[in-house]
Design a protein around this ligand. Structure first.
Ligand code: ADP
Ligand code: MG
Length: 708
């Protein structure tokens, strides 16, 4: 990559170089000193005062100023935890876990007379909760959690009485669940005068938050940032992975000390950059100065994630290659150089295929500036953007679109309905979702039987909301219970679908691992293949050697076991007995069909299928058991559609055409001609329109009555 301002760059840098890198800071200073060095410490008392005087406060501060790690502790030190926990929500699970770990260390270090070597366990005073994982206890006073967890807690405890204070962190992210929490918490603070609500943001967009709560105070933590010199690419980079690798090497060989933070979009390109860097540096032999390369993404094991915070040994340069979790959620000290690929992965509702897809999208200007800012936290820094200045100016949006305006909302709609919000248009959204998305979510829930014709929650819907799962998966589970007597099997399948793939496929042993995976194949179903792997692992007592030998991630299977155990608990709480079909796996496939019938395809040509509702053509994914064994049934259902060069159905199960008619009568009937189906679809659309109209009318009448 060529850079506009690149001439003489290296020499210029060396002059400016500061001898004291901030990684040393972490090594040489005590935790107490580190805490007191943070910008938020200088305003600690003012902050506590403003919180004492107001129920809702918005706090704005640069990333790294100490909002996430310090606020909760200040509140605890001020005694508020005598009346309930301090909860702190995070849009990202990685951040919730990582920050909780750090804060529990800080709390342990602050305990007077702590005995040597006695450290606070995570889950003691400080804990965290993410979906399917609760690391808290009776002793917990500070609880970090994902925003989704708090949202679900509001179902059980509508006033959130366990909490004396809630910090809604990273509000600028505008994640779907945080946005919904805004509306819910606004109601709760109106009811509970003893609850403190603190909303934090890393950007100046705080006025939106303040006016949402009726003009509450905004407190700004004074910043301490250094100048960051920003460089743009001269031409449009064709391959940002290659471009990033080149840029890192250029910095490494030509510039002074300081760690490098590279922003990529996800696991795949992150691993690409990491392995290419390792290869290049390795290829240079002894002569090259060493480079410590560390990946960071959400599916990375926790111990690997923790490594990014450790200082490298004696002066070795550290390169962290991360997703946008390092943009504002996590702060690593000592970063002097930032390399920004200019893209991120965004979940977007694709109306063409009727579901969310993860798309690689250009970042917004706000994201780009946050990314650059990471280089100037502890001294002057340098940011390299792998895109041109023209692209920045002309193609990047100012801010990204809030998640609530771009993703599927069926989960949120189900939850709000369970909270008694009958008319969603009445709900206090900070940014209302598009009406079409709301309607399509209502429709999806109606199709699954969660809502009745008037849009009210059915018994099925009420039960579905009890599970922290996507609506189709909870439907599958409940259907299995009601109809198939195979909840035992479906529990396993749902658990396996809720964890990352358990199939291990190392780079240099692809063939060997594929052969091992094939041994688990159940010809007619990838879902049953997952069930099969689990059952076989169970037979071998989940032994890690057995797993390794069969290219199965033993940690992944372990995680699936935990998820399963929690789902079992939820079933028991609802008094739903768990039964096994004992090997008649057709019933299991039928239950699968009950959840996915709107994701059903009919065979069209060799290896080609066409979706029966959307008309989209797609193929079996090459990892599918059906593909592997060359089995092409007439009808299939699938978990999701993956779009790359083509559309692929992933996680596929063969189904009987008759089941489709039985389970999705609103769409299908037996022996129906194409013309008939079109007719039926149109009638259905008309019926839906009529229903919407009726609902709107009824609502109007209700509203009118209330006004009187
Ligand atoms: P903010 O929320 O304002 O962005 P944080 O409270 O996250 O700021 O960060 C404050 C400090 O805590 C930073 O210097 C950061 O490096 C440090 N920190 C946060 N998490 C960890 C961790 N897991 N290990 C070591 N240091 C951490
Ligand atoms: Mg933070």
């Amino acid at each position: 990559v060529d850079y506009k301002k690149n001439s003489g760059f290296a020499s210029h840098m060396k002059k400016q170089d500061q001898s004291n890198s901030s990684s040393d800071f972490a090594k040489t200073k005590s935790i107490k000193q580190q805490r007191e060095y943070l910008p938020v410490y200088t305003v600690r008392d003012d902050l506590l005062n403003i919180i004492r005087e107001n129920n809702v406060v918005i706090i704005v501060g640069e990333t790294g100023s100490g909002k996430t790690t310090q606020l909760t502790q200040y509140l605890m030190e001020d005694g508020i935890t005598d009346f309930g926990m301090v909860g702190c929500t995070q849009p990202r699970r990685v951040a919730a876990m990582s920050v909780a770990k750090r804060v529990s260390e800080e709390v342990a270090a602050g305990v007077p007379n702590a005995k040597q070597g006695e450290s606070e366990e995570l889950g003691g005073t400080v804990g965290y909760a993410i979906r399917f994982e609760d690391q808290t206890s009776e002793q917990t006073k500070i609880k970090y959690m994902t925003d989704g967890v708090l949202l679900r807690e509001s179902l059980r405890d509508p006033d959130l009485n366990m909490y004396s204070a809630i910090v809604m962190d990273e509000a600028h992210e505008r994640s779907l669940n945080t946005d919904v929490l805004f509306g819910i918490l606004k109601k709760i603070v109106a009811r509970r005068s003893d609850l403190k609500l603190i909303v934090t943001s890393a950007t100046l967009s705080a006025d939106t938050f303040s006016s949402f709560f009726g003009g509450v105070p905004v407190f700004r933590i004074p910043g301490r940032t250094f100048h960051v010199e920003t460089y743009f690419g001269k031409q449009v980079a064709e391959d940002y992975v290659m471009a990033a690798v080149k840029q890192v090497l250029q910095i490494h060989f030509n510039s002074g000390p300081g760690d490098i933070l590279v922003f990529m979009t996800g696991q795949e390109d992150i691993e690409g950059v990491c392995s290419m860097l390792a290869e290049k540096i390795g290829g240079l032999g002894e002569s090259a100065s060493p480079l410590l390369v560390l990946p960071m993404y959400s599916q990375l094991p926790a111990d690997m994630q923790a490594k990014i915070f450790e200082a490298a040994e004696n002066g070795v340069r550290k390169v962290i290659v991360s997703t946008n979790v390092a943009e504002t959620s996590l702060t690593v000290d000592g970063i002097k150089y930032v390399v920004d690929c200019g893209f991120c992965k965004l979940k977007v509702f694709n109306s063409k295929i009727g579901m969310d897809t993860l798309n690689v999208t250009p970042v917004s200007k706000a994201n780009a500036n946050q990314r650059s800012g990471r280089a100037g936290r502890t001294g002057p820094g340098f940011a390299f953007r792998l895109y041109t200045e023209r692209q920045y100016k002309d193609e990047l949006m100012e801010n990204s679109v809030p998640e609530i305006q771009r993703t599927n909302l069926s989960n949120v709609v189900l939850l709000l309905k369970s909270l008694g919000v009958d008319n969603l248009l009445d709900f206090d959204f900070m940014s209302p979702p598009p009406q079409a998305t709301l309607e399509s979510s209502l429709y999806q829930l109606w199709v699954l039987g969660a809502l009745d014709n008037t849009g009210a929650l059915t018994k099925m819907g009420t039960n579905m909301a009890e599970f922290p799962l996507d609506p189709p998966l909870s439907k599958m589970l409940l259907f299995a219970h009601e109809n198939g007597n195979c909840s035992d099997e479906i529990l396993t399948i749902v658990a396996m679908l809720s964890v990352p793939s358990v199939f291990f496929r190392p780079k240099d042993r692809e063939e060997e691992s594929d052969a091992a995976r094939e041994k688990f194949f159940v010809p007619e179903s990838d879902h049953l293949t997952l069930l099969n792997v689990y059952l076989r692992a169970k037979q071998h007592k989940f032994d890690s050697d057995w797993c390794a030998k069969h290219f199965v991630h033993s940690k992944g299977i372990g995680k699936a076991r935990e998820v399963r155990a929690q789902l079992v608990d939820l079933m028991k709480q609802q008094r739903l007995p768990i039964r096994s079909c004992g090997g008649t796996w057709d019933v299991v496939r039928r239950a699968i069909c009950s959840a996915y019938f709107y994701n059903s395809s009919k065979i069209k040509g060799i290896g080609e299928y066409v979706n029966m509702l959307t008309g989209i053509t797609s193929c079996l994914h090459p990892s599918s058991a059906l593909f592997g064994l060359g089995y092409t049934p007439d009808y299939v259902c699938y978990h999701e559609l993956i779009s790359t060069s083509k559309e692929y159905m992933s996680c596929v199960t063969a189904v009987d055409g008759v089941w489709l008619a039985e389970l999705g009568p609103m769409f299908f009937s037996v022996k129906e001609s194409y013309a008939n189906r079109i007719l039926k679809r149109d009638t259905e659309a008309k019926r839906k329109a009529a229903m919407d109209k009726e609902m709107a009318l009824a609502q109007k009448q209700l509203d009118a009555r209330e006004e009187v």
